[in-house]
Design a protein around this ligand. Sequence first.
Ligand code: NAD
Ligand code: TYD
Length: 355
Amino acid sequence: MKTILVTGGAGFIGSCYVLMAVKNGFRVINLDKLTYSGNLENLAEIQNDSRHIFVRGDIGNYELVQHLCREYLPDYVVNFAAESHVDRSILDPEAFVRTNVLGTCTLLRAVKEWRDGLDSAGELYKNFRFLHVSTDEVFGALQPGDPAFTEKTAFAPNSPYSASKASSDHFVRAYYETYGFPCLITNSSNNYGPRQFPEKLIPLVTLNALKRKPLPVYGTGENIRDWLHVEDHCEAIHTVLLKGSVGETYCIGGSSERTNIEVVRAICAVLDELRPHADGKYEELITFVKDRLGHDFRYAIDCGKIKTQLGWEPKHTFEEGLAATVKWYLDNEAWTQNVQSGEYRRWLEKNYTGR
Ligand code: NAD
Ligand code: TYD
């Protein structure tokens, strides 16, 4: 049985990946600090499965990472751990430097130095891979009609979040170029699906709508994102991990560009269908609010490389995936109640009051 050290595996995308990897017969060592967005309920399905070993800790803890490597001898490391929300990065940029930049650097050094001590003729050393999960936001913003981002697009990050992710990507690349450490990087577009922390657009709008609260749309709502279902993303990551060429970067996207207002209206339409409300249509709750500072206008991904070289294809369409996602939030009331804790309420107040 192969062992994967997954970091950030209690978060939205990481938990989807951990569930998938365990289902596919891998043993997972899950290192997660359990920040506000990390949630062990995301892993409830495998809580009694001996193939999943959860360790609460920080990727920036060199001794802990080395200890886990020595103890469990991972065949692979997949790094999801990060501060992940642009609006939070605008209010507290340094938290993003600490985890996304310094944390990734320490994780890289700890894992590399553990591997350096292995028998270089052995299978573990030779086949080892480190995959770093990143975002398309490192490439900056597009205007309508601009060609989509590819692996060759120059980095031009605009937010503290994307600047910190770009920096971590550079360090991963540097570890390959300098030390020959076997790294891979994935840059994906916006994910959606079950278990996403409701600070992000799709779950935030869904949960606000259910409470008949305003649905905050930044600026004009014309900004464009490319939406990728989290399960398609995790399959792509696993494909790159097993079949990608070391030292390379792979762009992953859903080929589903939508304006934010289209997404919000689509959520409202699904709710009108599944949970009609006597007070009126959900769309009536849409409220345009002050724009995000430095709000990137458009992201779009050309995922031709992963499709042609590795044979990956997304399975979900946006319309079907979105409807199923909204339904998931309706069907999982206990999960949504529990994540809307005091910390979450404080965040809503900080980001939206007086906006
Ligand atoms: P998330 O915020 O839901 O999860 C992040 C997880 O990392 C949490 O479980 C948190 O507890 C953990 N974590 C944070 N700091 C840590 C630290 N110092 N040490 C150990 N664990 C720590 O985020 P997500 O949406 O699941 O994103 C996962 C990764 O995918 C991130 O690297 C993000 O940049 C990237 N990504 C996200 C998207 C998206 O649309 N959500 C798109 C592309 C790439
Ligand atoms: P978000 O889910 O935060 O992801 P990202 O900033 O990484 O793209 O936001 C998606 C889009 O939705 C982005 O253009 C900002 C916009 N948005 C709103 O209009 N209202 C909101 O309350 C939030 C959270 C986001």
